[in-house]
Structures are given as structure tokens and as C-alpha cells.
Design a protein around this ligand. Structure first.
Ligand SMILES: [Zn+2]
Ligand SMILES: [Zn+2]
Length: 385
């Protein structure tokens, strides 16, 4: 096996990352990105399957005679955000940009594939999973429903996400709950609109909607156990009223986060009760739609230890740490963890703009750390001899 020139690999990954950044694609529309990934994987000598769960790509690399298989995963999709950056590799697709660094994740996993294909150093099978539509929380499920695990079996899975604010070359994770579930809701209040001068003649919905927004604040503060983590955020209040007409219809929309299915269920039940009761108090009707978008991300304790140990083989000891708190953001990687155990890790993106910010850009200084981390996990979990 040839030892790869790491500086050369870093230059290549930087070029790939910037190319992907220039051509961002929204979830399930990652056609160019998927073709880019497939072409590179084939050039490295991997077996490649395209069109898995829409635009997903799976690369397979086997060395030795070991019958164990592990998966490494990256996400490929961009966001509908208009980029404000002025760098030469800024998005050429108006209104779409890689504002979450999935261009970097894809480039690092390609780098790991090249590294492992060239150097080996493991015994078994590695599945390189490039998933579509992470931001929608739909891509992982689409791949699973397309027979991902039956067609490309693996026993455990690892993934990473860049983290603005964490220094370059620093890695963090924790066992158990890491990222939250995301639920969405819409409550429609229906009454009878009418003249602004004659409220008593109708059953207007705006005052009821305001009361409902306030009442929903009691779910977390008064109904959940203080030991549980939950968030209920009302994000929109829309009515069909106008300057001199009271609304007959009001829509209250929002977003909930939690780490346990029991908490998500309790939030929904309380919300339905409060919507019903508030509507009754104001003599209007309520209709509640409650949907579950992301499942909570739960890391396997033993594989967290393994991932941290792998990170310490490529980074200084004090650059690898345990994150103190779970995060109330959500991540589609969680869906894979409902099928096999695994570990999701955060890697530093330095002092960049926040994720999903129009000025964000993935920090290329981290590319080699990510690729080497992926390779180290494989060599640790599929050790030779
Ligand atoms: Zn994102
Ligand atoms: Zn992301």
C-alpha cells in the first residue's frame, strides 16, 4: 500500500470542497454533487452505488478477510439561504448556499476514502454513505427505506459535524443524548370575522390566539418535570384580519425540541389540551396538527469511547474532549442510530460565522483532521490482527 502525501491530500480536499461550495444543491436535488462523489470514489477504486434513497451514494471498500463492516456518513445538501460571502468559491446558485458545511463533510469523507483505499491498514468492509436531504430530516430515512442496511450491511456508524466556536483541530462528543428531536405544530383557530368596530357581533380569533401563545408557555414551565429538557417555541402568528376587520381565522405555528419520546408525547398532549381549552374559553374552534420531523440523536457509550480514542491517535490529547451539555438542535444522523449503534462527533470550525448564517463558510483548515479521524475510526474498529 502506498502512503499518501497528506499535504497533497489536504490541497485536493480543499479544491473539492470549494468546487462543491460553488455548486450547492438543495435536499434530494444533489445530482451534480452525487455524480461528483461517485466519480471520485470510482477513481479511488471503490465499488459505488448511486441513487440510493433518491440522490444518495454508497461507496464500499474491503480489505483483508474480516467479515465486520462499519459505516462512515457525510451529508451533501445545501440550504435556501442567499450567501453574503465574497470569497472566490462563493455560491453561483442564487438563493442557495452551503451554510451548514456539508460541502466540507463531503470533501472530508472523500478524503478518508482516498486515504483508506491507498493505505489500507484495516481488515473488513467500510461503507461510505453520502446522504441527501439532511436539513429536511428526510434523507437518512429515504436511504433506509431503499434497503440501505440490507443491500450494504454494516454493524455500526460514525459521522461528524463542524462546529463554529470550537477551535480547529478540536473534537468533542458525549454519550447518550447529544442532539434533540424536532417536532413542528400548527394550531388553527376558527371563529367569525367582522367589523373592527363591532367585536361583540362576531367571534374574532386574534385575542384567542394571543392567549393561546401565552398559555403554551406553561407546557415547559408547569407541565414538564424540571429534570426533563423541552423547548416549545411559537414562531408564527398569522391571521386573515386587516386594518379595520377582525380575523375569523388565526394560525399559530411553532417548533418543539426534546430528548425523550415520552417528553415529545407529553408536549403534544398538553398542547392539544391547552388549544382545546383556550378555544373554548374564547368561543372559537381549534384544530391541532403535530408532526415529528427529527428523532433525538443518542450516542452509544462504548462507541463514544472508541471514537474519542481514535481522535486521540490523530490529535493532541487536550484537543479531544467530552461535551458537557446536549444540544437542542437536530440532526438526521440520528435516524441511522435507530438501526445500528454509533457515534456522532463535533469538530472545530474555528471562529467562523454560525451555522445557517449567510456569511458562514466551512474552514478548510479542518479538512485533514476530519479525514484522518474517519480513517482512524476505521483502523481502530476494523483492526488488523
Ligand atoms: Zn444545518
Ligand atoms: Zn448540518
Amino acid at each position: 500500500m502506498d502512503e499518501l502525501d497528506q499535504q497533497q491530500l489536504h490541497r485536493e480536499m480543499t479544491a473539492w470542497r470549494r468546487d462543491l461550495h460553488t455548486h450547492p444543491e438543495f435536499g434530494f436535488e444533489e445530482k451534480r454533487t452525487a455524480a461528483f462523489v461517485a466519480e471520485k470514489l470510482r477513481a479511488f477504486g471503490l465499488e459505488v452505488a448511486e441513487g440510493v434513497g433518491g440522490t444518495g451514494v454508497v461507496g464500499t471498500l474491503t480489505r483483508g478477510s474480516g467479515n465486520r463492516a462499519i459505516a462512515l456518513r457525510a451529508d451533501m445538501d445545501a440550504l435556501r439561504i442567499a450567501e453574503q460571502g465574497t470569497q472566490a468559491w462563493r455560491s453561483r446558485t442564487p438563493g442557495t448556499m452551503h451554510a451548514c458545511g456539508h460541502d466540507g463533510h463531503t470533501a472530508m469523507l472523500l478524503g478518508a476514502a482516498k486515504l483508506l483505499a491507498s493505505e489500507g491498514g484495516f481488515d473488513g468492509t467500510v461503507r461510505f454513505i453520502f446522504q441527501p436531504a439532511e436539513e429536511w430530516g428526510r434523507g437518512a430515512l429515504a436511504m433506509l427505506q431503499d434497503g440501505l442496511i440490507e443491500r450494504f450491511p454494516f454493524e455500526e456508524i460514525f459521522g461528524l459535524h463542524n462546529m463554529p466556536g470550537l477551535p480547529i483541530g478540536h473534537f468533542e462528543t458525549r454519550s447518550g443524548p447529544v442532539m434533540s428531536a424536532e417536532d413542528n405544530f400548527e394550531i388553527v383557530l376558527k371563529g367569525l370575522g367582522g367589523h373592527a368596530a363591532r367585536p361583540h357581533a362576531g367571534r374574532e380569533t386574534l385575542v384567542a390566539a394571543c392567549a393561546l401563545v401565552v398559555n403554551l408557555q406553561t407546557i415547559v414551565s408547569r407541565r414538564l418535570s424540571p429534570a426533563d429538557i423541552g423547548v416549545v417555541s411559537v414562531t408564527e402568528l398569522i391571521t386573515d384580519g386587516t386594518r379595520n376587520a377582525l380575523p375569523g381565522l388565526a394560525r399559530v405555528l411553532g417548533d418543539c425540541r426534546s430528548f425523550r419520546p415520552q417528553v415529545s408525547a407529553a408536549i403534544e398532549a398538553e398542547m392539544r389540551r391547552i388549544a382545546e381549552g383556550t378555544a373554548q374559553a374564547y368561543n372559537v374552534a381549534a384544530e391541532v396538527t403535530y408532526t415529528r420531523e427529527f428523532v433525538p440523536l443518542i450516542n452509544d457509550a462504548a462507541l463514544v469511547d472508541e471514537a474519542l480514542a481514535a481522535a486521540r491517535t490523530v490529535l493532541a490529547d487536550d484537543a479531544v474532549g467530552v461535551a458537557v451539555e446536549p444540544m437542542t438542535a437536530s440532526e438526521d444522523f440520528a435516524r441511522f442510530l435507530t438501526e445500528v449503534p454509533g457515534c456522532f462527533v463535533f469538530m472545530g470550525n474555528g471562529n467562523s460565522a454560525p451555522l445557517h448564517n449567510p456569511a458562514y463558510d466551512f474552514n478548510d483548515a479542518g479538512l485533514l483532521h476530519g479525514a484522518r479521524f474517519h480513517a482512524a475510526v476505521v483502523r481502530r474498529r476494523l483492526g488488523v490482527g
